[in-house]
Write a protein that binds this ligand. Structure first.
Ligand SMILES: O=P(O)(O)OC[C@H]1O[C@](O)(CO)[C@@H](O)[C@@H]1O
Length: 240
């Protein structure tokens, strides 16, 4: 972690096989206590940054997902949705790949759309309002990623649990495999990470650089004020 983070490091939250057994394509037989990934939450480098993050109701986390294949499926996060903010719009989130390669699998809560976003080191990915998300590590290397997100909500796991994971599983042999619990496969669009300079997502700028940067991250709590940016994002998806 020292390679990716120079600030104080709390003990990580750990997701184990026991936490995830329900969301893999096939039953897992490994020890239920086997750790799958590590979540270092609420990180900051200086007390000034901490105060700024608190004042803006934001959290910076780093998640480490070691490579692995479990009963034929590549390792991944459990997956969750975000609730609506007081204006009635679901909270978005933003990720940055710090090391390794990721597949971000985004799915609309009403199951009408799935977006696959491949992301390399240095790429940033916006999880738009209304999309649940899972991150898959399809490689042989450790995946390290950072995220910035509002502190005003708790992630919602109920639907992902009930559906036995996201709409697609990424299997080592079979590749993308539709989760049969969703019925007919939901169309999947591929989208490349899109720079969104209006909200600070641009080449060469790391997510942590946005801490302390005026209103740049306001979208995380008030997405309804950024419909132009969100519209540009969904238009880019349609073009692919
Ligand atoms: O909550 P899940 O689906 O296990 O995913 C974990 C990820 O979500 C976060 O809580 C941010 O949404 C991160 O800390 C972590 O990367």
């Amino acid at each position: 972690m020292k390679k990716y983070w120079s600030g104080a490091l709390p003990e990580p939250g750990v997701r184990t096989i026991a936490d995830m057994a329900n969301v893999f394509a096939r039953p897992l037989t490994a020890d239920p206590q086997t750790p799958l990934y590590y979540m270092y939450r609420d990180l900051w480098k200086t007390h000034g940054d901490h105060t700024w993050l608190e004042r803006h109701h934001l959290r910076y986390d780093i998640t480490v997902i070691p490579p692995g294949v479990f009963n034929g499926e590549y390792t991944k996060t459990k997956g969750h949705y975000h609730p609506e903010n007081p204006a009635g719009m679901p909270y978005p989130e933003v990720y940055e790949v710090l090391s390794g390669f990721a597949y971000y699998l985004l799915q609309r809560r009403d199951h009408t759309d799935v977006i696959l976003l491949p992301a390399h080191k240095g790429d940033t990915v916006l999880i738009p309002p209304g999309y649940g998300h899972v991150t898959i590590n399809p490689g042989r290397e450790k995946l390290v990623m950072a995220n910035l997100v509002s502190t005003d909500f708790a992630s919602e796991y109920g639907e992902i649990d009930a559906m036995h994971g996201a709409a697609y599983y990424y299997m080592k042999k079979e590749g993308w495999t539709a989760n049969p619990h969703y019925g007919n496969p939901i169309p999947m669009h591929v989208m490349l990470p899109l720079p969104l300079p209006e909200i600070g997502l641009e080449e060469g700028r790391s997510l942590y650089d946005l801490v302390g940067s005026g209103d740049t991250l306001d979208i995380m709590n008030r997405p309804e004020e950024y419909m132009d940016v969100l519209g540009k994002y969904s238009a880019a998806k349609k073009k692919m």
